[in-house]
Design a protein around this ligand. Structure first.
Ligand code: CA
Length: 226
C-alpha cells in the first residue's frame, strides 16, 4: 500500500480544524493539526509534509510571515485559509510563496478539489534546479554541472522523494514504502545501496556527502545548506 500524503492543518478555530480533518482524512491523506505557529513549526521540523493548510490569523502570529520562513527551507506547497478579504492579500500570499488560497467559509467539496489540485501539481512539478544540479523527473534527464548523470528508476524515485522534501528528513520506512512498496520482497539493504549509488553519482566526495545526508536512526535528508 502507498503511504498516505501528509497534510499539516494550522488553524486555531478548533471546530473548523476538526472539520477539515474529518473531511479530508482517511484513505490517501493523513492529517495532523496544529493550533498555533509554534506547534506548526515543531511538527514541521519533526516530519516532512506534502502540503500545509495555513490560517492567516493565529494566536502567536501571522501565517504569512511563517509561510515566508517555511519557504526559505522547504518547497512544501502551502494553501492559505483566509477568513475575509482584508485578512489576506492575494499578492502578498503569492509573494510569500503560497500555492493557493481558499476563502472561508468554504465548502468541503471546494477544499477537497483544491487540495487534490495542489497535490497533483506537486506530484508533477518535475523540474528542480539546485546548485549545480538540474533534475527533471518528467523528461528523466539529470545533470550535474551541465554533465548528464544516468540514474536507475529506483535511484530516480529515491532522489525525487529526498529533493521534494529537501531540508527535512525523510524516514527510511517512508522511502522503503514509497519506492519498494509494491515489491513482493525487498532486500533490507536496498535503500542503503541506492543511496550509496546516488552519492557516487552526485557527490564530489561520496564518503563525505554534502547533499544526501544520513540522519542516524531516522532516514536521509537532502541538505539545503550543504
Ligand atoms: Ca484564525
Amino acid at each position: 500500500m502507498r503511504a498516505a500524503k501528509q497534510i499539516l492543518v494550522v488553524e486555531d478555530d478548533r471546530t473548523l480544524s476538526r472539520g477539515i480533518v474529518l473531511a479530508l482524512g482517511g484513505g490517501e491523506l493523513a492529517l495532523t493539526e496544529a493550533h498555533d505557529l509554534r506547534e506548526a513549526e515543531r511538527l514541521r521540523q519533526e516530519q516532512p509534509f506534502d502540503l500545509i493548510l495555513l490560517d492567516c490569523g493565529l494566536p502567536d502570529g501571522n501565517g504569512l510571515d511563517w509561510c515566508v520562513r517555511v519557504r526559505r527551507e522547504s518547497p512544501v506547497p502551502i494553501i492559505f485559509l483566509t477568513a475575509n478579504d482584508t485578512e489576506y492579500d492575494e499578492v502578498a500570499g503569492l509573494e510569500a510563496g503560497a500555492e493557493d488560497y481558499i476563502a472561508k467559509p468554504f465548502s468541503l467539496a471546494v477544499l477537497r478539489a483544491r487540495v487534490g489540485n495542489v497535490l497533483r501539481r506537486q506530484e508533477s512539478s518535475s523540474r528542480v534546479v539546485l546548485d549545480g544540479f538540474v533534475f527533471d523527473f518528467e523528461q528523466l534527464t539529470f545533470t550535474r554541472n551541465g554533465e548528464p548523470v544516468e540514474l536507475s528508476k529506483t535511484e530516480q524515485k529515491v532522489l525525487q522523494l529526498l529533493v521534494r522534501s529537501r531540508g527535512s528528513t525523510v524516514p527510511r520506512e517512508r522511502l522503503l514504502d514509497r519506492v519498494w512498496g509494491d515489491a513482493e520482497y525487498v532486500d533490507e539493504n536496498a535503500l542503503s545501496v541506492t543511496v550509496r549509488r546516488l552519492r557516487s553519482k552526485l557527490e564530489d566526495t561520496p564518503g563525505k556527502p554534502r547533499y544526501i545526508k544520513t540522519v542516524y536512526g531516522i532516514g536521509y535528508t537532502w541538505a539545503v545548506k550543504p
